[in-house]
Design a protein around this ligand. Structure first.
Ligand SMILES: [Zn+2]
Ligand SMILES: [Zn+2]
Length: 151
């Protein structure tokens, strides 16, 4: 398996917004919810939860799109690539769409969520599947287990 080398840079389709990560993901995910199907124009979205102190926009000004509510979805304002999400009421990590990174061959989802809404054929290599979301108290164990799998 290819591994993630830090720091890692990436950007949107047109390159007007660039970003850099300097911390390993806490958890990697695929989400099959209807909202992610709409926003990704595909079967599911991909996320890598990056600690906020290890995440930086290095070029351009991402704009808010998707739901303009408590969770903020950030896009390139020119090519409209959905780049990352700042989850509701949480400021210590950012959910980056891992395919933004120039090298994302290392990425695989460790958990998948909202399988209750998934397309019948959609399958991922996730180790843990949830019909909706993990219970809040499960995340700590998932983060620890994911860290162990990363060596
Ligand atoms: Zn762009
Ligand atoms: Zn979703």
């Amino acid at each position: 398996m290819p591994t993630l080398a830090l720091p890692a840079e990436g950007g949107c389709r047109c390159g007007r917004v660039r970003l850099k990560i300097s911390a390993m993901p806490l958890l990697t995910m695929a989400c099959h919810c209807i909202g992610c199907q709409l926003m990704s124009s595909s079967a599911y979205s991909l996320s890598a939860a990056i600690p906020s102190e290890g995440f930086e926009v290095t070029k351009g000004e991402p704009v808010i799109g998707g739901l303009h509510g408590a969770s903020k979805h950030y896009f390139c304002g020119y090519c409209m690539t959905w780049m990352f999400t700042r989850p509701e009421a949480i400021d210590w990590f950012v959910n980056l769409r891992p395919t933004m990174l120039d090298d994302h061959a290392w990425f695989a989802p460790f958990i998948e969520t909202w399988t209750a809404e998934k397309l019948p054929w959609a399958a991922t290599p996730a180790v843990h599947s949830y019909e909706a979301l993990p219970a809040f108290e499960e995340y700590e164990g998932l983060v620890a287990e994911y860290a162990r799998t990363q060596g």
